[in-house]
Each structure stands twice: as C-alpha cells, then as structure tokens.
Design a protein around this ligand. Sequence first.
Ligand SMILES: *[C@@H]1O[C@H](CO)[C@@H](O)[C@H](O)[C@H]1NC(C)=O
Ligand SMILES: *[C@@H]1O[C@H](CO)[C@@H](O)[C@H](O)[C@H]1NC(C)=O
Ligand SMILES: *[C@@H]1O[C@H](CO)[C@@H](O)[C@H](O)[C@H]1NC(C)=O
Ligand SMILES: *[C@@H]1O[C@H](CO)[C@@H](O)[C@H](O)[C@H]1NC(C)=O
Ligand SMILES: *[C@@H]1O[C@H](CO)[C@@H](O)[C@H](O)[C@H]1NC(C)=O
Ligand SMILES: *[C@@H]1O[C@H](CO)[C@@H](O)[C@H](O)[C@H]1NC(C)=O
Ligand SMILES: *[C@@H]1O[C@H](CO)[C@@H](O)[C@H](O)[C@H]1NC(C)=O
Length: 507
Amino acid sequence: MRPLLATQSYLPSIISFFGIVEFSHSFPASTVLLSAIPRIEWSNCVQFDAPGLQCGYLPVPLDYTNSSGDTIQLGLVRISTSSPSRLGTLIYNPGGPGDEASDYLFGVEDGLPNFSATLLESYDIIGIDPRGVGLSEPIQCDPEIYNERVSLFPKTEAEFQELLRHNERLGKSCLELSGAILHHLDTINVAKDMERVRLALGDGEKLNYLGRSYGSQIGVTYAELYPESINRMALDGIVDHTQSETTTLNDEATAYEDTLNQFFAWCNTTTTCPLHDQDTRSIFSSILQTASKTPIPALGCLQTGDSACRSDVTSEEILANVQGYLLFQNATANYPGWDFLSLALLQAYQNNATLLSTELATSNMSWQYPTLAIGCQDWSSTPTLSSLLYKQSLTSITAPLTKGMTQSYYYQTACLGWSAAITNPQESLNQTALEGIPPILLVNAQHDPSTSFLWATGVQNALPRSVLLTRVGSGHTSYQLMGKAAQSIDDFLIKGRIPTSNTIVYS
Ligand SMILES: *[C@@H]1O[C@H](CO)[C@@H](O)[C@H](O)[C@H]1NC(C)=O
Ligand SMILES: *[C@@H]1O[C@H](CO)[C@@H](O)[C@H](O)[C@H]1NC(C)=O
Ligand SMILES: *[C@@H]1O[C@H](CO)[C@@H](O)[C@H](O)[C@H]1NC(C)=O
Ligand SMILES: *[C@@H]1O[C@H](CO)[C@@H](O)[C@H](O)[C@H]1NC(C)=O
Ligand SMILES: *[C@@H]1O[C@H](CO)[C@@H](O)[C@H](O)[C@H]1NC(C)=O
Ligand SMILES: *[C@@H]1O[C@H](CO)[C@@H](O)[C@H](O)[C@H]1NC(C)=O
Ligand SMILES: *[C@@H]1O[C@H](CO)[C@@H](O)[C@H](O)[C@H]1NC(C)=O
C-alpha cells in the first residue's frame, strides 16, 4: 500500500494512504519545551550530492509519554531555494504509510518532476522520513516469515488460526529485530515528530505542509493536535481515519471496483490497450477463476535479487496487486500506467502472470515492513472469524469482482495478532480542538482506487472550513499530473488563494 505505491519497482503493493488521539500526552504548540529541542544539523547528503540538497537528523523521543526515555533519530532531506521570492519552509509527505519522503526529494534532484518549479522557488522543501521508515530507523522483520503465503480470506476456524499464528510470528520477528520502536509508530507520534521538526527549524514559522495519500492522515492528525501551528496545508488523496472498520473497508472496496470498471471502459475505447477488441471484464474474471483453482505461473520471476517475486500468483494476490496498478491512468516517470496493467492481464490470460506477481522481501529491511507496522497501530479490526466472514459477504455484494481486497482489508487481517497494540484506532475528529483551524485544501479524484472519494467527502465534513477540490477523472492523487489541480494546490500554498467550495477541475 504504498498507498499504495511502490517507488522502487513496478511490483506494487498497496499504495499509500491513510486521529484520535490521546490528548493527554499532547502539548499545546506554543508551550513545548523549546530549549529541549535541538537544532537540526544539515550537511551534504551521502546518498546524493547536489547543490541545494542537504540531509539532516533530529533526535525525537521514542515515547512522548516518557520524559526520561530513549530518543530515536529522524532523517530529513531538504531542497533549499535561493530565490528572492522564498516564502519559508514546506514539509512534504508522499504517503504509504512507509513511503520515503527522502526518496522523493532525491528524485527531484534526479530530474523527476515531483514539485512544480514555482513551488521549488517559493519554499525550502523538507521531506521527513517518518519514524520506522527510510532514514529514520527503518523497521526490520524476518523476510522468510513475511514471504509465507497465507490467505487473508479465511473461511474456517483452522484457516483463521493459521492467519493469526503467521501474523504473531511475523510481528515477533519485527519486535526482536527492530526493538521498542515497533510500539511507537502510530500517526500521532508521526504528527508530534513533525511538530518537533517545525520547532527545531527555529525560525518561528508556522507549518506549511503538502501531504499526499497517507500524508493526508498525518496532516489531519497534526491539525487536531496543533491547530494553532498551521499556516497552509494542502492534502491530496484523502484518507478518512474517522469511520468504522466496516465503512472504511466498504468505501475503499467500492472505490477499487469503480476504478477497475473505469479501466475496462478505457480499454474498450483505447486502441493501445492490447485487450482493446475483447471483453476485458470477462477476461479479468476468467484470470481470477483460473488462479483461484491453481496459482498462475510467473515464469519470469526470480526468487532472489532486488526484483524477486513469487513463482506463481493466486487470485487474492492478483486482486491485491491490480489495485496498485490502477493508481495512475497515464504512466509517470517511475510508475506504470493502465497500458502496463492491460499487458500484465493479457500475459496472465496466456498463463504467464509474472507482471502480476507479488514482490518478495529479500532482507531484514524492506519498505513493506513499515507499511504494515504503522498501519497495524492505526487501524482496529474485530479479531474474530465471524467478523471477517461478515466483511467478505458484504464486499462480495458491493465489490463483486474485487471482493474487498484492499489496503484497508490488508490491515484488518494482517494485523490481527500483531505484536504492538493499536494505539491510534479510527475515531471522530475533536471538533473543539479544531475550532480555530485555518482552511485546509483537500483534493481528490472522483475515481480513485485507493483513497475513495467518499473518504474525501467524509474528511471535508469533519474538518471545519476545509475546501474539497474534485478532479474529474481517475487515479490516485493529483498533484503529480501537474494539471489544474496542481495549479490550485500551488496557488493555495504560494498565494494563500483557496478555491471556492465544490470546485471541479478536469486535470
Ligand atoms: C522510560 O524509559 C526508560 C529508558 O528506556 C525505561 O527504563 C523506563 O522503563 C521507561 N518508563 C516507562 C513508563 O515506559
Ligand atoms: C518523484 O520521485 C520519486 C522518487 O524518486 C519517483 O519514484 C516518482 O516517480 C517521482 N514522481 C514523479 C511524478 O515523477
Ligand atoms: C467492452 O466491449 C465488449 C465487447 O464489445 C462488451 O461486451 C463490453 O460490455 C464492453 N465493456 C465495457 C466496460 O464497456
Ligand atoms: C513471462 O512474462 C515475463 C514478463 O513479461 C517475461 O519477461 C518472460 O519472458 C515471460 N516468460 C515466458 C516463458 O513467456
Ligand atoms: C491520460 O492521458 C490521456 C491522453 O492524453 C488524457 O485524455 C487523460 O485525461 C489522461 N488521464 C489522466 C488521469 O490524466
Ligand atoms: C537478519 O536477522 C537475522 C535474525 O532473524 C540475523 O541473524 C541476521 O544477521 C540479520 N541480517 C542482517 C543483514 O542484518
Ligand atoms: C478535545 O479538544 C479539547 C481542546 O483541545 C480538549 O480540551 C478535549 O479534552 C479534547 N477531547 C477529547 C475527547 O480528547
């Protein structure tokens, strides 16, 4: 879920997305012990040396409730502007959970257009790798346990117990290899870390923030904790962390199914789709049917190396992976578009499912681990077989083709029996805390396979003064399209100009 998004490879996983809040441990922004917050030491990045690019570390408390406890190091990357029109600093998060903000900033230096030229001129942009991710003490787990194939759709008590045992063993391995940080990964901690970074910059500026996908959850959590500290916040691809587990699941399941239907229609009318003159929907069903009897061979997969993948593919895995391939209708620099998905389906139909195969973890460090470990502290789920059977029966009606296999469902199943407690379950927003917040800009595509348009409307309703800008079209998040939605985000972040409510754009 790299919220659903794999940045390193075309083999997806779920992409990115998705407070709350033990207010008892939070400090009002202005009274944080400033003297206790060290400055960030910036220097050239060892990973990537380029003018204007710097790396830094900031120690933060492992446990914000334990003033004599250990600290952990947050890794930060900054691209500075030397323009006279500099406005200040903007913090960026690309999603996941588990996506490395650092990687996106290195990508800019590598010529990838993650931000518009005017945004890069107006702000120093800082990417913070959230705790447990990338440069910030990444979570480690046992790859062999991670790679075990276990069904997330148990039908019997025995299958349910097998799932639980697997999750318990995996979680224990992560705890042994990563240590106590496994208990302190939730998004409340991530928001508190972001406040520490803001204060450590030492310039007295309020927060400017752009959060994509799961980065929107960080933004909303921050807003609830530090409403007075926000200057301008734009969120793109909205995770709603306020709904029940069933609503959360159903919203994402129907969003996935809806975008898949958009894909089928696209394929019918687009001559470059290799399935153009066929009934793509029935081909898709037929692939799933075949794979549910016997996994389809993935003839091109190696089981070692950077792009290791499973030697065959089940229908569950196909459903998990296709969600990731729907994220971008048109390919971008590093992400495949729908033409890639159609090729993958054609090959699977011809009995070679290599392109739909699941990425294997090959070491104690993999971006897949923080994605799971962070989600497991943020999303609660009823730990019974009957609850899972109920959800399966619900989504078999509301999402008949994709059956609810989503990032939400992944957390609702893969986290049962996890070794760290759910410290930040879904909860409605604290309206008292949010009374004074400035307007926040929300952006979502109508047909987003990951962060449902319903989630965006849910957050818009719960967040006072927020404005939702709708992009008509498909795909997960909009800024990177550099169209009208990106223009609106830039106008807001740079000029403070907020669109009127119910603005609709087509790019
Ligand atoms: C606080 O951290 C210290 C140092 O790691 C530890 O010994 C102590 O048990 C912690 N206290 C609590 C209440 O977690
Ligand atoms: C932004 O950078 C990341 C990491 O380098 C890259 O994977 C991604 O494709 C870039 N985004 C765009 C829109 O090019
Ligand atoms: C695509 O075309 C096929 C064959 O012409 C047709 O049966 C099917 O209904 C179409 N599907 C969509 C989603 O338009
Ligand atoms: C299977 O598909 C993969 C990916 O397209 C390709 O690299 C490989 O050569 C194919 N293998 C066979 C035997 O067709
Ligand atoms: C993808 O490109 C096509 C053709 O240029 C365009 O019509 C479509 O709107 C684009 N889709 C998205 C989501 O940007
Ligand atoms: C990975 O973890 C195992 C214990 O599960 C340990 O024996 C091994 O040395 C670790 N490998 C690396 C490269 O850290
Ligand atoms: C909601 O926020 C207010 C103001 O910050 C705070 O006093 C109250 O305790 C919070 N309520 C809950 C349930 O956390």
